[in-house]
Design a protein around this ligand. Structure first.
Ligand SMILES: CC(C)(COP(=O)(O)OP(=O)(O)OC[C@H]1O[C@@H](n2cnc3c(N)ncnc32)[C@H](O)[C@@H]1OP(=O)(O)O)[C@@H](O)C(=O)NCCC(=O)NCCS
Ligand SMILES: CC(=O)OP(=O)(O)O
Length: 332
């Protein structure tokens, strides 16, 4: 199961990237830093007060030699970053004085480092909420060309599972958009299929999930999924996608045949698009906690430069995994 992560780390090692970690006084972050540097697949900049970071490292028995440490309150980059932030956000009412204060926030500092090309990506969210982790990136880094909505997916590695791609699934959106409209849901399906191909290494078969299969219920919530599926199909005619499908019809061949006969996706879906964040976030945590799946992510899709979040319940290994994914995303 962790073969996929090994492949991702090998790919990251081929073209090492600089990853910024703005939650640098969190013990799991310093431990992950040591592991990443030992495995050698990325360079790390820890953002925070050097004395505090070293104190945490000493308490944890961690050796941070090899990591760069930057204190966002006193670098020679602060003036440039503040000017950049002011330029980008003055139309939202921030003043130069505000910008000078905001750059001292490690998450904003990380986003500005990435924007300036001083780091190739950042990873946060072990301490901060998803909203706080992403807000600087949404404001500063913005979406990639042609993309209107940033979203996130989890690569789910489900043990002893015959469904999906031998237990490998990609779930989206489980972390970012509370209630995507039909156009956003269609775009999420398209970008998630890319993540499935490029990061999970599977041939995406996209199931657009609902409580209804092929008109079994007549409700506006299911109708959103029907229309999103049509929009995505129109935009990407070669993509294997079908909906609206219930979860059992999407992943179980026997049920797919009964509920959606003739569908080339039903029963074989490995890329599951949830209709909203309630179902997506609950769904991934159910599979993670009850089926013992490894939930790699959330992996964001659609930012102009890579930024990734973690669950606050993450382990050191989760941080290492996401740093490897961020490095591979930075390779383009
Ligand atoms: C991500 C989130 C924080 C953004 O909401 P917000 O901070 O209130 O931000 P706003 O809606 O004011 O948007 C801030 C900026 O980001 C942009 N933005 C927000 N969501 C975006 C998205 N999905 N894609 C692209 N841009 C987005 C807005 O257009 C806005 O840009 P602007 O300031 O340049 O005009 C919010 O959607 C959220 O909290 N989502 C749920 C996160 C969560 O709790 N997940 C569960 C745990 S993982
Ligand atoms: C992804 C997610 O659910 O994050 P958290 O557990 O930090 O809210």
């Amino acid at each position: 199961m962790s073969e996929l992560l090994t492949q991702i780390k090998n790919k990251a090692s081929q073209q090492k990237k600089m990853i910024a970690l703005p939650e640098a006084t969190e013990p799991r972050m310093v431990k992950a830093t040591q592991q990443i540097l030992q495995e050698g697949f990325a360079d790390i900049t820890l953002i925070g007060d050097q004395d505090e970071i070293e104190k945490v490292a000493n308490n944890e028995g961690v050796d941070l030699s090899g990591a760069e440490i930057l204190n966002p309150k006193e670098t020679d980059k602060n003036d440039d970053y503040a000017e950049k932030l002011f330029e980008l956000r003055q139309h939202k009412g921030i003043t130069m004085e505000d910008a000078q204060k905001i750059v001292e926030d490690p998450l904003y500092f990380a986003a500005l480092m990435v924007k300036a090309g001083d780091a190739d990506g950042y990873v946060g969210g072990a301490v901060n909420t998803t909203g706080d982790t992403f807000r600087p990136a949404l404001q500063i880094i913005k979406t990639a060309p042609g993309i209107s909505v940033v979203s996130s997916s989890f690569i789910m590695l489900v043990p002893d599972c015959e469904y999906g791609d031998n237990g490998v699934f990609v779930f989206s959106d489980c972390a970012l958009n509370p209630n995507p409209d039909k156009n956003q849901m269609a775009e999420i399906a398209i970008t998630t299929a890319e993540t499935a191909k490029n990061l999970a290494g599977i041939d995406p078969k996209v199931g657009m999930l609902s409580f209804s299969t092929k008109g079994s219920a007549d409700h506006e919530l299911a109708q959103k999924v029907v229309e999103a599926t049509k929009i995505a199909k129109d935009k990407e005619p070669d993509m294997m996608i079908d909906g609206e499908l219930q979860l059992d019809a999407a992943i179980m061949p026997s049920v797919g045949e009964k509920k959606a006969p003739g569908s080339e996706v039903a029963g074989n879906a490995n890329t599951l698009i949830f209709p909203d964040l309630q179902s997506g976030n609950i769904g991934y945590k159910l599979v993670q906690r009850l089926a013992g799946a490894r939930a790699v992510g959330p992996v964001t899709q659609g930012f102009a430069m890579p930024v990734n979040d973690l669950s606050r319940g993450c382990s050191v290994q989760d941080i290492v995994d996401i740093a490897a994914i961020t490095s591979v995303q930075a390779q383009g």
